[in-house]
Design a protein around this ligand. Sequence first.
Ligand SMILES: NC(=O)C1=CN([C@@H]2O[C@H](COP(=O)(O)OP(=O)(O)OC[C@H]3O[C@@H](n4cnc5c(N)ncnc54)[C@H](O)[C@@H]3O)[C@@H](O)[C@H]2O)C=CC1
Ligand SMILES: O=C(O)C(=O)Cc1ccc(O)cc1
Length: 312
Amino acid sequence: MGIAPQLIEDILRRLMRESYLNEKDVGFKQIKTDLGSVVIVGGKGQLGGLFQQMLKLSGYQVNILDKDDWQQADSLFSDAGMVLVTVPIAITCELIREKLTKLPKDCILADLTSIKTEPVKAMLEAHSGPVVGFHPMFGPDVGSLAKQVIVVCHGRSPEKYQWLLEQIAIWGARIVEAEPERHDNAMQLVQAMRHFSTFVYGLNLCKEEADIETLLQFSSPIYRLELAMVGRLFAQSPELYADIIFAQQDSQHAISDYLDNYREALALLKRGDRNEFIKQFETVAKWFGDFAPQFQRESRLMLQSVNDMKIN
Ligand SMILES: NC(=O)C1=CN([C@@H]2O[C@H](COP(=O)(O)OP(=O)(O)OC[C@H]3O[C@@H](n4cnc5c(N)ncnc54)[C@H](O)[C@@H]3O)[C@@H](O)[C@H]2O)C=CC1
Ligand SMILES: O=C(O)C(=O)Cc1ccc(O)cc1
């Protein structure tokens, strides 16, 4: 009928998204019906709140243990089938080592911390039962877990928490397995370095007293998206990002390398070496290989949405 297939795809995808969002009003299938209670340590926080909601929607009995609730700890832990730790990174390991050493033998001890090596190690030392580490690769404002990624680091007795992985799959998330060290290595670039350079980008705009209204007025869609990514960081918790950056001391090397490359590129600019710039551009393009055109296609769709959302 002359209607663009892309239009129909957009409408169907929009309907699917609405359907994922509305799932929350209906609830999810409960995989494990004889678990006992779930205790979320730090459950009043951002991510704890999201997981509390998902677990309750799936029929689990959830109790919260936040910073002023430790007098109730013994009674809350006594019938816990799972304890989920989601407190600020800086206090996670100490809390696990000092306060989670007397959980029931078969209780699952799990966490949602953005770094994995030290917390998983601390959980294995503190508790002799099943242990598993998670890292949700999204913030608390996702709306739905559909298609979101959760990294899982196996700790001990995976057969005892297999149901939890199935439950997460029911929520629509994709599980990616990783050794804690491999996860943390990847996070140096994906998180510590990325957040740090985003921080510096924002710091620079602030120090230069850039006028955001004007920047937006003159921005191409991709610049608007970049500005949104940078501004988004500063709408979140400074403690979370400080912890992510400062907890991974090794990321200093990656950040120093970045600075060296920046300096070298600046030197090239200062001496007006356009040919060398083009040569390096081509080297990087070759290195990206098929990913470069793939990213161009993906970003084209994102930019169309950004454009649709523009008010003027
Ligand atoms: N917010 C995010 O976008 C993401 C956070 N994470 C991880 O989730 C964890 C929690 O982060 P958020 O929810 O953002 O932090 P948050 O600051 O919103 O929540 C932390 C909660 O822990 C509580 N708490 C502090 N000290 C405590 C103590 N001694 N005992 C019990 N509770 C205590 C706080 O009162 C608060 O309710 C962190 O490990 C973070 O790395 C992981 C992925 C995304
Ligand atoms: O929403 C954003 O901008 C994030 O980047 C959220 C986020 C924060 C910390 C993590 O460990 C994982 C995801």
